[in-house]
Write a protein that binds this ligand. Sequence first.
Ligand SMILES: NC(=O)c1ccc[n+]([C@@H]2O[C@H](COP(=O)([O-])OP(=O)(O)OC[C@H]3O[C@@H](n4cnc5c(N)ncnc54)[C@H](OP(=O)(O)O)[C@@H]3O)[C@@H](O)[C@H]2O)c1
Length: 222
Amino acid sequence: MVEITTLSELTIDGKLSLGPKASSKDLFDFYESDLRVWFHEQRASHAAIMVGSGTVISDDPELTVRHAPGPNPLRIIPSSTGRLPLDAKLLNDGLATIVVVSRMAKIVDVEALAMKPNVEVLECGESSIDLVALMDILDGRGIKSMIVEGGSRLLHSLHQAGLVNRIIIKHIPVITGSTEAPSYMNPYALGGAFDLSRWRLVECFSKGGIAVTIYEPLALRP
Ligand SMILES: NC(=O)c1ccc[n+]([C@@H]2O[C@H](COP(=O)([O-])OP(=O)(O)OC[C@H]3O[C@@H](n4cnc5c(N)ncnc54)[C@H](OP(=O)(O)O)[C@@H]3O)[C@@H](O)[C@H]2O)c1
């Protein structure tokens, strides 16, 4: 089983970024280096790291461990079509990345990704990525822990599938005032709303004025 931890920065008004087209990297400006070190220690303590294709497009993240000692986790990007920006940092730095595509992906897009250094393309799912099947494949490859850093649609799908074991929230003390900025989850994209799930607070601390809360499920849904 792959233990999944989601790690998100959330504003007071429950947003993942300052506006609809904004990068979540803008939220980094609101905290200091000691929290950044802790954040990268979390990355280093997981075998894999995942963000959705939307985050690759909006944020162009590296998803590496730079502010703390430790290994880089294997990067995993679900993208049904395989149409990612070919100049994305994580496709070009030579560090290991798996792009997960569906059967819908065109050969030309798959080939363009597979030409990138140390990028593997894995097919899993008919029209979007089957996250449950993907976790089984990764488990079979010995990947036992994964940190998921968003965005909204991917978090929604993981929660909907009951795959999340731990939630970490960095509470950024700003109110965006934007109704269009993405929220922690996005029920409009894939699959719609789902049942209530209850979580218990297992840890709570603050670093440089930013509260960090960690939750685990009271009971995992069957
Ligand atoms: N504050 C934070 O902690 C944080 C962290 C990360 C991102 N963000 C913000 O979140 C926003 C991006 O969120 P987003 O919802 O647009 O994108 P996202 O969740 O990063 O990516 C969603 C995309 O992933 C692909 N996908 C493939 N299989 C999927 C599945 N089973 N479930 C869900 N998605 C699947 C789909 O695109 P395809 O058509 O390519 O398959 C889908 O549209 C940006 O504003 C970013 O800045 C914030």
